[in-house]
Design a binder for this molecule. Structure first.
Ligand SMILES: [Zn+2]
Length: 391
C-alpha cells in the first residue's frame, strides 16, 4: 500500500498534470485559476478574458503594444559600474546579475525606445519586473535619465511604464542615489515644458514610488496593480490592523486621488495617444481627434437622443479651429528655437513653459475622465489651449 501511495500515485499525478498543462500551450490565470489558451492570452496582451486579471509584461511586448505599427527604435542605455560594492549575500551580486541576464536576455531592467504614438514622436521607458524584480540600481537610474535626455533632445513626450519591487539593495547607497537623480531628470522634463506620463503597473513599490513614478503630469494605472511604498504585509505587521479591501490597488489609489485614471491594457495605447495629442497641442493630431469625435458624435446623434446634436454641430468648427492653430504652433516652435540661443528670452520662456505641465494636467485629465460618454467630453475642448499664456 505504501509503495502504491508514496511512489506510483505521485508519479501518475505528475504525468497527468504535465500532460494537461504544458507551459507553452496553456496559461493558468493567477486571478481566477482558469486555463487560457496561450495564443489567446498573448493576443489579449496577457489579460484574462474571464476575470480581467492583468498579467505582467516584458519590455518588448510593451513597446510592441504601444507604438504605431509596432515600429520603434530601442536606445542603447549607458553602461554602469558593475557590482561597485563587491556585494555578496547567499549569492554573489555578479552571479545574480548573470542569472537574470541569461533568463531575460537583457543587460538590466531599464529599457528605452523611441517611436510614434498617434503620429507623435514619443520616448518610452519600461522597467522589466522579470529582471531582478525591476529593482532600481545604477543601470535603471541611468536608463531613466537617458530616456529623459532623449525626450528633451527630440522635444518629445516621455511615457514611463513602472514595475518595481524596490531598490537594488546589492548596490546600497548608490541605489538610493537614483531617487534624487531620476527626480532631477523629471524636473528637467518639466523645465523643458514637455509632458511626462506615468503608467503604474503591477507591482509598483519601493524606491520608484519615492521618486519618478509619482512625479508625472498624469498618472495612469493598470487594473488591479499593486502600488505603494512598503507592501501590504509589512504595513499589516507593523500597525497590527486589518487593512481595508483593495488596499494599495490601482482602483483604491484612484479613489484616494493618487491615480488619475485606471486604464485597461487594451485601452492603454488609445488613451496615451489621446493624452499626448492634447498635451503637445499637435495641430494635425488635434484635427484628427476632432474628426474622430465628430464622426462618433454623428453616429451617436443618428442613433439616438436629441441632446447629442449640439455637440455634433460643434465639431466641424472645432476641427477648423484646430487646423487654424497649426501655424501658430510652428511659430511657437521657431520662437523656442530662437530663444535657445538668446539667454534672456530663454529664461522668460521657460518660466512660462514651466507653468504648463500643471495646467495641462488639469486640462488633459478632464477629457480622459469624460471618455466613456464621448459627447460630454467634447465640450471641454472649447477651453483655449492651455499654453496660450506662454506665447
Ligand atoms: Zn482570470
Amino acid at each position: 500500500m505504501s509503495w502504491l501511495t508514496s511512489y506510483v500515485k505521485p508519479k501518475l499525478e505528475r504525468a497527468f498534470s504535465q500532460k494537461e498543462t504544458p507551459d507553452n500551450l496553456w496559461h493558468k490565470c493567477q486571478g481566477c485559476g482558469e486555463l487560457i489558451y496561450m495564443k489567446d492570452y498573448l493576443a489579449a496582451l496577457r489579460v484574462c478574458g474571464n476575470c480581467n486579471h492583468h498579467g505582467r509584461m516584458g519590455p518588448k511586448e510593451r513597446f510592441d503594444a504601444l507604438f504605431d505599427g509596432s515600429t520603434y527604435e530601442t536606445l542603447e542605455c549607458p553602461k554602469v559600474v558593475e557590482d561597485p560594492l563587491k556585494f555578496r549575500d547567499q549569492k554573489r551580486y555578479t552571479d545574480r546579475l548573470r542569472d537574470a541576464r541569461s533568463k531575460t536576455g537583457d543587460a538590466d531592467a531599464g529599457h528605452v525606445a523611441v517611436g510614434r504614438l498617434g503620429g507623435i514622436e514619443t520616448v518610452a521607458f519600461v522597467e522589466n519586473f522579470f529582471f531582478m524584480g525591476g529593482s532600481m540600481g545604477l543601470a535603471v537610474g541611468e536608463a531613466f535619465v537617458a530616456a529623459a535626455d532623449a525626450a528633451i533632445a527630440r522635444r518629445a513626450p516621455l511615457v514611463a511604464f513602472v514595475a518595481a519591487g524596490g531598490a537594488r539593495m546589492q548596490e546600497g547607497i548608490l541605489s538610493l542615489m537614483q531617487l534624487p537623480r531620476t527626480t532631477v531628470a523629471v524636473e528637467r522634463m518639466k523645465d523643458a515644458g514637455l509632458p511626462y506620463i506615468v503608467v503604474l503597473t503591477d507591482p509598483t513599490t519601493g524606491g520608484v514610488t519615492a521618486s519618478f513614478a509619482m512625479l508625472g503630469d498624469v498618472h495612469l494605472a493598470e487594473p488591479g496593480a499593486l502600488i505603494g511604498f512598503a507592501g501590504p504585509r509589512v504595513i499589516k505587521e507593523t500597525i497590527r490592523e486589518t487593512l481595508p479591501d483593495g488596499f494599495q490597488r490601482a482602483e483604491y489609489l484612484k479613489d484616494h486621488g493618487m491615480v488619475d485614471k485606471v486604464v485597461a491594457r487594451g485601452e492603454m495605447r488609445a488613451t496615451l495617444s489621446r493624452l499626448i495629442a492634447l498635451m503637445t497641442h499637435d495641430g494635425a493630431a488635434q484635427a484628427d481627434l476632432a474628426r474622430t469625435r465628430a464622426a462618433e458624435a454623428e453616429t451617436a446623434a443618428a442613433a439616438g437622443p436629441a441632446d447629442e446634436t449640439p455637440a455634433a454641430e460643434d465639431e466641424p468648427r472645432k476641427a477648423r479651429k484646430a487646423k487654424a492653430e497649426k501655424p501658430r504652433k510652428t511659430e511657437r516652435a521657431d520662437k523656442t528655437e530662437r530663444s535657445d540661443r538668446a539667454d534672456k528670452t530663454d529664461r522668460a520662456d521657460q518660466a512660462g513653459q514651466g507653468d504648463r505641465p500643471a495646467a495641462q494636467k488639469a486640462g488633459a485629465a478632464r477629457p480622459a475622465e469624460a471618455e466613456p460618454g464621448r459627447s460630454d467630453g467634447a465640450g471641454d475642448r472649447d477651453d483655449p489651449p492651455i499654453s496660450r499664456a506662454a506665447e
